[in-house]
Design a protein around this ligand. Structure first.
Ligand SMILES: Cc1ncc(COP(=O)(O)O)c(C=O)c1O
Length: 329
């Protein structure tokens, strides 16, 4: 006997109507999505769902990439696709399509979204197949590509610099840090700690007490000898932005604007005594940090290296078409 307080049983039509009527203001930013589930592109946000029995949903069993499209060109897209392939291989996930096909699908979703500036999110999942942890119960991997509006930090953040804190949350290390898989719970807790403490971003420590990275961003610092220093690969995700920043920083070394670029273990003391600190990420480009909790970093102002590196990266995005996909017609 059903009880009066039981949720109602809905017809298909009623369920669809309720889904369409849900209040999801954040979904106004969702422009288009492809799903291997229905093998096509849709633009209505209420349809942008994934099956609950895809192991991506209930086990975080999938890999992903987020890239940025500006003026109809996706910056560093080949590097994002190569990292996607590397992540998939690392977790023994067969890619649902060839990289070339994934690229073409992504470009088609961007075109369907109709906005030349957008974020492109690609998820390759173990696929629907039941509710255990057994990856072999999923007959086919899934592919979801979603395009949405950009939300970069406000211009003032680049002028004033942001606030950092050092987190107590244990971060992913080694293998799990280096794979961009859909299990981001440590990153979520890191971000939560930043918000709770009133920091703009939090940096995590690896097991040996070395500074690793932020929730979804890498970091680097400039020491008083004028070297840009980033943590070594090993306990971080190698960011496409940090990688490009290192390449651009090498050009600054050649131009006499930096003494050197180093990848080496960085401690909290290195952070506290740095002349400059900056964050690297697809959404951010190069974002200067000028306070560590309440204390100023260096002189508390945005430094010359962060300023120059940001300018070089913005020029790279705008003018260096070899680093981006061809502009969409
Ligand atoms: C954990 C983590 N580190 C670093 C980055 C920065 O990578 P990228 O520069 O490729 O955006 C990301 C990106 O989301 C990330 O999730």
């Amino acid at each position: 006997m059903p009880h009066a307080t039981d949720p109602p049983r809905l017809t298909d039509q009623e369920a669809i109507e309720r889904l369409k009527a849900l209040d999801r203001p954040w979904a106004d930013d969702y422009l288009a999505m492809y799903s291997s589930w229905w093998q096509g592109i849709i633009t209505d946000p209420w349809l942008m769902t994934v099956p609950l029995d895809d192991h991506l949903v209930h086990r975080g069993d999938g890999v992903f990439e987020v890239s940025k499209c500006l003026g109809g060109r996706i910056y560093q897209f080949q590097r994002h696709l190569d990292r996607l392939a590397g992540s998939a291989q690392a977790v023994h996930l067969e890619l649902p399509e060839t990289l070339e096909r994934i690229r073409d699908i992504a470009l088609a979703v961007v075109a369907a979204g109709g906005e030349p500036d957008c974020m492109v999110r690609i998820y390759c999942s173990r696929g629907p197949g039941g509710f255990t942890t057994n990856p072999f119960e999923c007959p086919r991997p899934g592919l979801y590509v979603q395009v949405g509006r950009l939300h970069p930090p406000a211009p003032e953040a680049y002028e004033r610099g942001v606030t950092l804190g050092v987190s107590q949350v244990p971060v992913k290390s080694g293998f799990f840090a280096s794979v961009k898989c859909c299990n981001y719970l440590p990153n979520v807790l890191l971000k939560r700690e930043a918000v709770i403490n009133g920091w703009d971003f939090a940096l995590g420590l690896d097991e040996s007490g070395g500074l690793a990275e932020g929730s979804t961003e890498n970091f680097g610092l400039v020491d008083h000898q004028g070297n840009l220093r980033l943590p070594p690969p090993g306990n971080i995700l190698e960011g496409t932005t940090a990688r490009r920043a290192v390449e651009l920083a090498q050009e600054m070394v050649a131009d006499g604007q930096l003494a050197g670029v180093q990848r080496r273990r960085l401690s909290i003391q290195d952070l506290e005594s740095a002349a400059e600190v900056m964050l690297f990420g697809t959404t951010l480009d190069v974002l200067p940090a000028t306070r560590l909790d309440q204390r100023p970093i260096g002189d508390g102002q945005v430094g010359p290296v962060a300023r120059e590196l940001l300018a070089r990266m913005r020029r790279d995005i705008r003018d260096n078409h070899a680093m981006s996909t061809p502009a969409l017609a």
